[in-house]
Write a protein that binds this ligand. Structure first.
Ligand code: SF4
Length: 302
């Protein structure tokens, strides 16, 4: 031993440490979301929708290992909808799923031709495509006897959707971590609700998922979504923690400080005559600007 540390060994150890940290973080965040929203219950059969992108691979990967140590028994089945896009490498997912020993179902439905036929050239195909996909996945869930449908949307998708709806839809509406499907027959869950997209990118690289590119159909995300996503990433770069703050805000809604008359009785509001420490400070219009502003103020009287 000459006492000189091998820099290669140091890098490898550091990398292993970072990967272990990321793994713990992902499992903790997914476990927390599942608990917070009661996403998975004993006896559930969870249908994990797998597109071949990094998010759905990571979702399945983390759910598989969480199931090993979960306090309740549940089943997983992976489902991919082969939409017959030109060049779709149909062997990739079955090969991967067999290697992981996961029960799976590949649903072949040529939605690509339908969308191509119905959507005029140059217009985005995503809206019709996802509507068709949704209907098919609901049907498959019923046929497989799945009690939950798990999707791979993550924290950044949820925040971007909230901003999209505010900026372009005039609604304070996001993407819920759990919902009853519009056909009233299924419960859809998003276990990656707390997970940052950058962490999923790192996990996909570490796990070497056989990613299938999502550009095969020739369509793209809308320009608006691309711009909002870039804006959120830039904010996060400049002000680390901002995306988590926005996600946190989605779970801490104060209806009395918004303007929706359907969820707060503004029109019938009267002074109660009782002091309320948690009540409104009508003139503190910047009360959210700093956490200190929310602290009680002690007035010293002479
Ligand atoms: S990107 Fe292509 S496959 Fe994805 S929703 Fe849009 S049209 Fe469908």
């Amino acid at each position: 031993m000459n006492g000189v540390t091998d820099p290669g060994l140091h890098d490898t150890r550091r990398q292993a440490f970072e990967t272990n940290k990321l793994s713990k973080k992902l499992h903790r965040q997914v476990g927390q979301a599942i608990t917070d929203f009661n996403m998975i219950e004993a006896g559930d059969k969870v249908m994990v929708c797998l597109s071949g992108g990094k998010d759905s691979y990571a979702l399945l990967d983390v759910l598989l290992s969480l199931r090993e140590r979960a306090p309740v028994d549940f089943d997983l089945v992976a489902v991919n909808l082969d939409q017959k896009q030109p060049g779709f490498p149909a062997h990739v997912l079955p090969q991967y799923l067999r290697s992981r020993g996961v029960p799976f179902h590949i649903e072949d439905q040529d939605t690509y031709s339908i969308v191509k036929r119905l959507v005029p050239e140059g217009q985005t195909m995503c809206s019709l495509c996802s509507r068709l996909r949704r209907g098919i996945l609901y049907r498959v869930a019923s046929e497989l006897g799945a009690t939950k449908i798990a999707l791979g949307h993550h924290r950044d998708d949820m925040v971007v959707t909230l901003l999209m709806n505010m900026f372009f839809g005039g609604r304070l509406k996001g993407m819920p971590p759990k919902l009853a499907s519009d056909d009233g027959r299924h419960v859809v869950i998003r276990p990656l609700a707390y997970v940052a997209e950058t962490d999923l990118e790192r996990w996909a690289e570490h796990r070497q998922f056989p990613i299938i590119p999502c550009t095969l159909c020739g369509s793209q995300d809308s320009l608006q979504r691309v711009q909002i996503k870039a804006m959120v990433r830039e904010w996060e770069r400049q002000y680390p923690g901002r995306t988590d703050n926005m996600l946190h805000a989605m779970g801490h809604v104060v209806p009395s400080h918004l303007m929706d008359r359907r969820i707060h009785p503004f029109t019938s509001l009267k002074a109660s005559g009782q002091a309320d420490a948690g009540g409104d400070k009508a003139f503190d219009d910047d009360e959210c600007a700093s956490p200190a502003a929310a602290m009680p103020i002690r007035v010293e009287l002479g």
